[in-house]
Design a protein. Structure first.
Length: 135
């Protein structure tokens, strides 16, 4: 199975995204990508609210399909941000995932909690390999 980064890289190449906007670590790219993430996050939020308000949820409900589509759009834009910045998210993902596995279940459910003595992970920032570059 191809990774999200590979799929988004193929899309960026197809539409000439890097030629239009450039790529690499820059404040302009970070600001532009932030605006994309903000927009997609709002759309995902609205779709989730719409799905949650439905009286009977099922996998076939159009509100659920809309929510999934908006969550995928958000994921796509986040993956595209890594591609455009030239950062490989996989090494950071593994470190954060291992740190999350050290968290504990919250009493009564909900968001996992950091145990006593929690030390935040040192997240590596690794450049994307050339085959995953948007150029």
């Amino acid at each position: 199975m191809r990774s999200l980064v590979e799929d988004v890289t193929a899309f960026h190449r197809k539409i000439g995204y890097a030629d239009s906007y450039g790529c690499g670590l820059s404040a302009d790219i970070i600001r532009r990508r932030h605006s994309y993430i903000d927009e997609e996050s709002r759309e995902a939020h609205e779709a989730m609210v719409e799905a949650a308000e439905r009286s009977e949820l099922s996998m076939q409900a159009p509100e659920v399909a809309h929510m999934v589509q908006e969550l995928i759009d958000l994921t796509y834009v986040i993956a595209g941000t890594f591609v455009e910045l030239g950062i490989d998210p996989e090494p950071a993902w593994r470190v954060v995932h291992q740190a999350n596995l050290r968290k504990e279940a919250a009493p009564g459910g909900g968001k996992a909690i950091k145990p006593s003595g929690w030390i935040a992970p040192v997240v590596p920032v690794v450049p994307l390999q050339p085959e995953h570059s948007a150029r």
